[in-house]
Design a protein around this ligand. Structure first.
Ligand code: ARG
Length: 587
């Protein structure tokens, strides 16, 4: 179905046009005030441009719109055009939403191909809270884009290349004699099957990085192994594959807990085959040149207010860098998917890196004719001290631990609110898991993407306020009432009526869904959707407070009330689903 603002805009825009003004002045939006349901402020802008009185223009437009069946117009000084829907129309529209697939939301007529690069974990380094935001935000954007009918590919883009891998391997070899001997004897098969415990992987990188800082010989060895790997040495490659496989299996488990999934499990290493020809090409076309032994591309622009350093394609030892693999990955993605967009959901502190990569891609013609690259930056999750979230002893907080923490807190809170007869056991544990994840994810998504926010477990797991548990609780309560309605043989999907102000406000909010989904995606801002579903749940709860659905004697009214509930539930479930949060059946 068309959104209501689109329907109203059509009418008002045509009236502006008929009066000799630009159609654009006729844009109608949901009202931000309590005076009316919708508003058009175009008369004010038109008045400026045409040097006329805005009130006159508004009246003129109103007269042209004339009497309408589905809405009324009020012209208000100094030239606002206020609109209200006829209750019948609202009721009808909502009845239709309830019947239709995707609540009547129509997929895009011009679907785009979009690659979302998110997650971005690094092999052999534990998944930490910095990667949490990317996973959560990226997944929400992906779900929304897909709901809109776009073709979306999520790529986890593993950090599986570069010096970090050489460091991990060097440390392994140093600390495990048996492994070292397999390396010396080039036993590739044995290396590929060598049992590696994820716990060992987690401790090895910090050890390696500490040692490399004090021991130059060790650092040289790390570099040497990295270079060997990058040149395709089979022995190192066998061990490397094993490490990647072990690490990825663990990552998949963590992402599954978060309701995060990826279509592609590629990494920096996958771009390796493209790099030599890319580098040659950029050299030949004169974009890349040698500077202090490194191969670089200038990306500064005369308009820059702060200096942007050149992008480094390769260092003097020939090793490729983060920018090199990112650039080469663009070529591969183009070849494989021919995308309209690549969205990179990454920490805002990588701003300069992406500026360099994007400018370079533009300069050398990679974005021609119409590939758009976007940096979807996000802020930091801080601890209560206002600094990036850490463990109590100041270390990097592992994501799995953070999840355990919030699930445990949710479990104890659940016991205080739970009204149903869920006994301790596997069901209760499963519910606590879902509620805990909702707390974590909603606590993140409710913040404007680029803002930093504070991880506050008490606030996130509360059953009141803008939280995941509040939303789930609201939805679960609707489910339980609907189950009672079913038991009383009241149909769940009948004609909706508008009989009260609470119903009107709730239904109006529900009709806002289409616009909210569009703007969430346009702005790449899941918090728009998060705010919306919170407001919706609030309106639902006020409505519910006022209505006595199961005791209602008038059958038509009762059926309408039940239908409003089931529409509300669908709407809440759709929104939280897009945010990557699932609703349990009871809690
Ligand atoms: N692995 C990187 C990190 O941990 C993030 C990767 C982001 N994506 C990209 N295409 N650069 O910082």
């Amino acid at each position: 179905m068309q959104s209501i603002t689109a329907l109203l805009t059509q009418k008002i825009a045509n009236a502006f046009l008929a009066c000799g003004y630009d159609k654009e002045y006729g844009t109608v939006v949901f009202s931000k005030t309590a005076f009316c349901q919708f508003q058009c402020n175009g008369a004010l802008a038109a008045a400026k441009r045409h040097k006329r009185n805005p009130l006159d223009i508004a009246h003129e437009v109103n007269a042209t719109v004339g009497q309408q069946a589905f809405f009324t117009v009020d012209v208000v000084s100094p030239g606002f055009i206020n609109l209200n829907l006829a209750d019948d129309f609202l009721a009808n529209y909502c009845s239709q939403m309830l019947q239709l697939d995707q609540l009547g939301f129509e997929p895009s007529l011009n679907p785009l191909t979009i690659i979302i690069d998110y997650g971005g974990p690094n092999i052999a380094k534990p998944l930490h809270v910095g990667h949490l935001r990317s996973a959560i935000i990226g997944q929400a954007i992906k779900n929304t884009a897909r709901f809109m009918g776009h073709t979306v590919v999520g790529d986890v883009h593993l950090g599986d290349w570069g010096l970090q891998m050489g460091m991990v391997m060097a440390m392994f070899i140093k600390s495990d004699e048996h492994l070292a001997s397999l390396i010396n004897q080039n036993r590739t098969e044995a290396l590929a099957a060598y049992p590696i415990a994820i716990q060992d992987l987690e401790t090895i990188y910090p050890q390696a990085s500490a040692l490399a800082k004090q021991d130059n010989l060790f650092l040289a060895e790390c570099r040497w192994i990295t270079a060997g790997l990058q040149k395709g040495n089979e022995t190192y490659t066998a061990l490397w594959r094993n490490i990647v496989r072990t690490s990825v299996a663990d990552l998949k488990k963590n992402y599954a807990k978060l309701n995060v999934d990826f279509e592609e499990w590629k990494g920096e290493s996958d771009s390796q085959p493209v790099i030599p020809s890319m580098v040659d090409d950029l050299r030949q076309r004169g974009y890349a040149y040698l500077s202090e032994g490194a191969l670089v591309v200038d990306v500064a622009l005369p308009t820059d207010t702060s200096p942007i350093p050149p992008l480094i394609l390769s260092k003097s030892d020939g090793a490729s860098l983060y920018s090199t693999t990112d650039l080469a990955t663009i070529i591969q993605r183009k070849n494989q998917h021919d995308p309209d967009y690549i969205l990179y959901v990454v920490d805002k502190r990588q701003d300069t890196h992406f500026q360099q990569v994007f400018r370079c891609a533009d300069k050398v013609g990679l974005t021609q004719p119409d590939l758009r690259l976007e940096f979807i930056a996000f802020g930091t999750m801080n601890g209560k001290d206002g600094k990036p979230f850490k463990t109590r002893d100041g270390g990097v907080m592992k994501l799995s631990l953070l999840i355990d923490l919030i699930v445990a807190e949710s479990q104890s809170r659940l016991q205080t609110v739970s009204t149903s007869t869920i006994s301790a056991g596997s069901e209760q544990a499963a519910i606590a898991q879902v509620v805990g994840i909702s707390a974590l994810k909603f606590g993140d998504l409710i913040n404007a993407r680029e803002s930093d926010y504070m991880f506050d477990i008490d606030k996130f797991t509360a059953f009141e306020g803008k939280t995941g548990p509040y939303l789930l609780y609201s939805a679960v309560r609707i489910k339980s009432i609907l189950a009672k309605a079913v038991a009383k043989q009241i149909p769940l999907s009948e004609a909706i009526q508008v009989n009260s102000a609470h119903e009107r406000a709730l239904l109006l909010k529900i009709t806002e869904l289409y616009d909210v989904i569009h703007s969430t995606f346009e702005k790449r801002m899941p918090n728009v959707l998060a705010e919306y579903v919170y407001a919706l749940a609030n309106l639902y709860n006020s409505f519910y407070h006022e209505s006595h659905v199961l005791n209602e004697v008038d059958q038509a009214i009762q059926r309408s009330l039940v239908s409003i509930m089931s529409l509300s539930l669908k709407c809440i479930e759709t929104c939280v689903g897009l945010l990557g949060i699932s609703v349990p059946d009871r809690m």
